[in-house]
Design a protein around this ligand. Structure first.
Ligand code: SF4
Ligand code: SF4
Length: 440
């Protein structure tokens, strides 16, 4: 029986409810009045239920699809303005005791070299990332209580934050590690993590059990209820997602939205990384796994965060040769960060290295109330301009710098409050004179 407030996976991700939602969707998607009413509700930025979103997903009229994409873009603009936040993944270790059949890190794979970075190697990787201009990382590691125990992850986070390269440092570390217990989430929170990210992979229990035959991850409940334990441990900024392709995308989308509804119902805090029209305030991320062309199309459908200049191998930022031997997946967009920044600028987006909310303690319900009231954009735009300015001063090529300066000049007019605009202009000048790290 579907119950979004239940702590039990089988109740907040209810198989029958997903099937009924999909059945209703195939019927109702042919009812123009119902579809129009759902679009009207979405345009009011109220979000959609999983049942309503499933109906939109079932519409295959190209004109209607265009309308949905345009709505997604305008909702993103309304909440976050023009900014696109940039980050890079950092792979710490590819040791893993799980048996996920789609991943090269699964424990039975003897054909790849196993590697775990030492603290010195992590510091070297971080220095290399800072030198390209990154301020925000997402660390990744396989699940292995012997090789990658929690203590290793905590020590690595400490190392990352301690690195200073030419006066710059990493300002936010997001963490993508296996489901764990409340006490461990408490320790991660105390270590100063930003978002805790855990992909469900697939919400379809039958598929899940087939694709995750062995290891701690083979326990569907343990994995699906992880975000509840993370919230209980104080990690109030969580990111969920699926690996589209493992099961039917319609099923996954409904499951994902039910997971978001559950986190809202139980903790009042929705997750990052679900879909724009249905969950308007959410942060949506697209990685370099997708091609530059696809990323460009998605930028116009409500994406708010992308990775750039990424390596998905352990030690990939400092070991150029043969790095793909330890890569978790192939990268389709191989452009360096400077090219990604220039491409965003050319597409009229503001590349942002902002980490302000996390550093101001604006997480959990504080972030949600600012976000849902539509006021977060008042911070996002000036913060994007100031962190872009830092990037232009410290790392950009001459062409990127010229394009960036022009966009900053043009975008100042988009800051609605005069006082905020004045402060931003002052800080931009101070950044030019060598000062750093201003934020709203
Ligand atoms: S997906 Fe994650 S848990 Fe599964 S084998 Fe790969 S690294 Fe391990
Ligand atoms: S102000 Fe907050 S929401 Fe906006 S880009 Fe910065 S960290 Fe993200």
């Amino acid at each position: 029986m579907y119950n979004p407030s239940s702590p039990y996976a089988q109740e907040f991700i209810d198989h029958q409810e997903i099937l009924q939602s999909l059945q209703e969707a195939s019927r109702e998607s042919r009812n123009p009045a119902r579809v129009a009413a759902i679009l009207e509700k979405a345009a009011l930025l109220k979000g959609l239920t999983h049942r309503e979103a499933a109906i939109l997903m079932d519409c295959d009229d190209p004109a209607l699809e265009e309308k949905i994409y345009a709505l997604a873009a305008s909702i993103k603009q309304r909440f976050y303005g023009n900014r696109i936040v940039l980050f890079a993944p950092l792979y710490l270790s590819n040791y893993c005791v799980n048996g996920c059949v789609y991943c090269p890190y699964h424990y039975k794979n003897r054909t790849i070299p196993r590697r775990k970075l030492s603290q010195e190697e992590i510091a070297a990787e971080v220095r290399a990332l800072i030198r390209t201009g990154h301020k925000r990382l997402a660390i990744e590691a396989g699940e292995d209580p012997v090789n990658n125990p929690l203590e290793y992850i905590l020590e690595s986070i400490k190392t990352i934050y301690s690195v200073n390269e030419g006066g710059n440092s990493i300002r936010r570390v997001n963490v993508n590690i296996a489901a764990t217990d409340v006490e461990s989430y408490r320790k991660l929170k105390a270590a100063g993590i930003g978002t805790y990210i855990l992909f469900q992979e697939t919400y379809n229990r039958e598929q899940y059990l087939k694709l995750h035959p062995t290891g701690p991850k083979s326990n569907y409940e343990w994995h699906t209820e992880a975000m509840d334990r993370a919230q209980e441990g104080g990690c109030d900024d969580v990111g969920i997602g699926v690996l589209f392709g493992l099961s039917g995308y319609r099923y996954e989308l409904v499951g994902l939205l039910m997971h978001a509804e559950h986190l809202e119902a139980r903790f009042g805090v929705g997750p990052h990384t679900v879909l724009r029209v249905a969950v308007p305030y959410t942060g949506m991320i697209i990685s370099t796994r997708e091609s530059a062309r696809m990323r460009e199309q998605l930028l116009h459908c409500g994406i708010s965060q992308i990775s750039g200049g990424s390596r998905t191998s352990v030690g990939g930022y400092t070991t150029v040769e043969r790095h793909d031997e330890t890569a978790q997946f192939d990268i389709a967009d191989t452009r360096p960060l400077d090219s990604v920044v220039r491409w965003l600028l050319e597409n009229d987006h503001i590349p942002s290295f902002c980490t302000a909310c996390y550093r101001e303690g604006r997480t959990g319900d504080r972030f949600m109330s600012l976000c849902k009231s539509g006021k977060i954009g008042l911070c996002c735009t000036p913060n994007a301009l100031m962190t872009l300015k830092e990037y232009l001063m410290d790392y950009a090529s001459p062409e990127t710098r010229a394009a960036g300066e022009a966009l900053i000049e043009k975008s100042l007019a988009d800051i609605p409050l005069e006082r905020t605009r004045e402060i931003t202009v002052r800080h931009l000048k101070e950044i030019e004179e060598g000062a750093r790290d201003f934020r709203f």
